[in-house]
Design a protein. Structure first.
Length: 384
């Protein structure tokens, strides 16, 4: 069967730039195409497969749960939902956390926008240059990249943008209408750019003074990716709302909005049909337990330090900068990266760009040092 032709026949053309291979299997840090060729996966489903592909703990949990019940609306209590809420509260960087469960990163941002407006009775938001928060209308309105917005205006009003890592510019934009400030502590699509601790401290202080909700987007950086359970913990930052998704459930669609006690909302004002479904909750519980038992935060910190140090040793005039936090790593080049992304794929390494000039690495956190060295060898070959 020609799977490429089938997808091309039925999918809306132009939405996705296909890579030209058919992926049929994953195991650990590797994925395999229909011919059996293996690749070191440094995309991990856009940062989803933190615990690796075909993780046995995840498989066991999903098999057991799917034989019991897969869907249970929030108007009823559920055992697995209760357990994952307790688990998320125990790892949350927010005191006395209250949680809303949904299905994707964009949904978590949409919920955060609504919660902030309702809690403050204000309308406007301040976001950062080079930010990316999702493709639905509220999340897209909070996203800076014009490429994603073209053809969809008018978007939701009330969103303004300022340079990343510049607290003074945020202060200049604050008004009596400002409901929230939405930031990534590590910008993903924006080029793997890391926030300064002092910048985050100033923003946190400003939010306290002006009754502004601080929303931190950890859709990609959460769940041990940066060497802590959540990236904001690297900066001793406590947000009012933390949005997380992607790797929360090991590959099943799930997201969570972790909220402080400032967030109060009336019954029926928001909801989600599939949010908190028992199958995804069971998967998330198994995934987070695996992260904790395996100490994946420490693994990501140590492997990320090794990975970046070796990347920094590569002698190439093409490289402008290597930056990252844990196993969220970018190489900024002095030229566009598309040809190098394709060359690495041919050599058995899958990577993704973060803007036109940055190669981004988001491997499963269980990647071995042997696999990292293989990736390093291929990066050297294509950039020499």
């Amino acid at each position: 069967m020609n799977y490429k032709n089938l997808e091309d026949l039925y999918e809306i053309q132009g939405l996705y730039q296909k890579r030209g291979i058919v992926i049929v299997k994953g195991q650990g840090s590797k994925i395999f195409d229909e011919s059996g060729k293996g690749y070191i996966d440094c995309i991990a489903g856009q940062g989803v497969a933190n615990i690796g592909h075909s993780n046995p703990d995840l498989i066991k949990a999903v098999k057991e749960q799917i034989e019991k019940i897969t869907i249970c609306p929030e108007i009823f209590y559920n055992d697995k939902r209760a357990e994952i809420l307790e688990k998320l509260a125990s790892i949350s960087p927010i005191k006395n956390t209250r949680i809303f469960l949904c299905n994707s990163g964009a949904e978590s941002i949409e919920a955060a926008i609504k919660f902030a407006r309702f809690a403050t009775n204000k309308t406007d938001f301040i976001c950062a240059f080079k930010s990316f928060h999702g493709r639905t209308y509220g999340a897209l309105s909070a996203t800076h990249h014009s490429h994603y917005k073209e053809g969809f205006e008018p978007l939701v009003p009330g969103f303004e943008f300022v340079p990343f890592n510049n607290a003074e510019k945020i202060k200049e934009k604050v008004s009596d209408k400002t409901a929230g400030i939405i930031l990534e502590v590590v910008q993903g699509i924006g080029g793997v750019r890391i926030a300064d601790k002092e910048y985050l401290r100033e923003v946190r202080k400003l939010c306290e003074e002006k009754n502004i909700i601080l929303i931190i987007d950890e859709v990609q950086s959460g769940f041990c990716r940066t060497g802590k359970m959540f990236a904001c913990q690297n900066f001793e930052l406590e947000p009012d709302i933390l949005c997380c998704a992607k790797s929360i459930a090991g590959g099943l669609p799930m997201a969570a909005v972790l909220c402080s006690e400032k967030i109060k909302i009336d019954a029926g004002k928001h909801g989600s049909t599939f949010g908190g479904n028992p199958l995804s909750c069971a998967a998330a519980l198994a995934s987070i337990n695996f992260m904790q038992e395996r100490l994946l935060d420490k693994e990501a910190e140590e492997k990320g330090r090794f990975f970046m140090s070796k990347l920094s040793e590569i002698k190439s005039e093409k490289i402008k900068e290597v930056r990252g936090l844990g196993l969220m790593i970018g190489i900024e080049l002095n030229e566009k990266v598309s040809q190098y992304v394709n060359s690495l794929q041919e050599k058995g390494v899958l990577v993704i760009s973060a803007g036109p000039n940055v190669i981004r690495f988001l491997p499963p956190l269980i990647i071995t040092y042997e696999e990292i060295n293989f990736v390093l060898e291929k990066v050297k070959e294509v950039l020499k």
